[in-house]
Write a protein that binds this ligand. Structure first.
Ligand code: ADP
Ligand code: MG
Length: 330
């Protein structure tokens, strides 16, 4: 089934997904918008924050809202790679493949940093190449596929920080943060009363079906123009993270690609068919900060990589228009 979307149908679908999630999750809808932008490019999303801030809830309700199949894996210290990918078992003279929970559309990797690196690494191939190798045999995953992982901040006890290679494969890192006001805090309590249970996700109706979600992905891929001046802007931002005085290792080119993909989705949600620098600025910190490794002395001082991205956003000259003659002023 092939669905084609008009720009307004695309926007309506986005608004509906965001509303479905925000009817459950109390907080800034911008976080849902950014999450949706990443998922439209099959990008992996990392939620990083303290326990009890609704990370698992956000991941589950989002997967439900986009009409996708999803599986959740609770990462624990004794979780094995085969518990994720699957294994071959000997049955009646044959080796049969028993597919693991990774064979789904959205994989919720909950508390990913509670498992040792070898287990975390079982996700790497799927996250980047959308395929899984089990005992030497490679199996493609059905698209859409992406991972939504959650983790507690690395200072917490009993955790294995994600290695850089793994972090780089997350298109975006989002920190939901604490409720902003007593009203928000109360709203969480009120919703709990109206749900009559802790987890309302099974009662959530998807906002779109899977065919529509795929059409939304195609829409961003095929309809959103990015001018040369914006490509240069993205590239200069990424390069500036590498030269910053606090930085040991800056963003990879993969960081630039992530910025490109998410900016296009944001532009589409704003109802434009071309990207402007504001789209890039909106997601630059979320897209680049987790790829930056600071010099050890800066880390010890408590500097955060977000600061580097904020600095480069101030330093790099913002283009005023593109070669097609469009102005970027708003
Ligand atoms: N912003 C929020 N909106 C709605 N419910 C929330 C929010 N923050 C926390 N909760 C509720 O608190 C509990 C813990 O949330 P959970 O998603 O398990 O947190 P985390 O995964 O971040 O540790 C859940 O019952 C969830 O419904
Ligand atoms: Mg959780």
């Amino acid at each position: 089934m092939n669905v084609e979307l008009t720009p307004s149908a695309f926007r309506r679908a986005c608004e509906s997904i965001i509303k479905t999630v925000c009817d459950v999750y109390v907080g800034d809808d911008l976080i849902v918008k950014k999450m949706l932008a990443a998922s439209l490019g099959n990008g992996n999303v990392l939620f990083e924050d303290y326990p009890g801030l609704g990370k698992t809830l956000l991941a589950k309700v989002f997967a439900k809202a986009i009409g996708a199949k999803y599986n959740r894996i609770q990462f624990t210290p004794d979780l094995l790679p085969a518990d994720i990918t699957g294994t071959k078992v000997y049955r009646a003279g044959n080796f049969e493949l028993v597919k693991g929970p990774i064979f789904t559309h959205v994989l919720l990797a909950d508390e990913i940093n509670r498992s040792p690196p070898k287990t975390q690494a079982a996700l790497l191939e799927a996250m980047e190449e959308k395929q899984v190798t089990i005992e030497g045999e490679t199996h493609p995953l059905e698209l859409p596929f992406f991972v939504i992982a959650t983790q507690n901040p690395i200072e917490q006890e009993g955790t294995y920080p994600l290695p850089e290679a793994q972090l780089d494969r997350f298109m975006i890192r989002l920190c939901p943060g604490y409720p902003e006001s007593v009203e928000e805090e109360m709203e969480i309590l009120r919703r709990r009363i109206s749900w009559r249970k802790d987890d309302p996700t099974e009662d959530v109706e998807p906002s779109v079906d899977l065919a529509t979600f795929k059409a939304m992905q195609d829409f961003v891929e095929s309809s959103i123009y990015v001018g040369r001046s914006v490509l240069r802007y993205i590239s200069e931002l990424v390069r500036a993270t590498r030269k910053h005085e606090y930085v040991e290792v800056g963003s990879s080119p993969r960081g630039g690609l992530a910025l490109l993909k998410i900016s296009r989705a944001i532009a589409a949600m704003e109802g434009r068919d071309y990207v402007i620098p504001d789209d890039v600025k909106l997601v630059a910190v979320d897209t680049l900060a987790h790829r930056i490794i600071l010099k050890i002395e800066r880390t010890v001082e408590g500097v955060r990589p977000e600061v580097v991205v904020q600095d480069v956003l101030r330093e790099v000259e913002v283009p005023k228009g593109d070669e097609e003659g469009r102005g970027f002023a708003r």
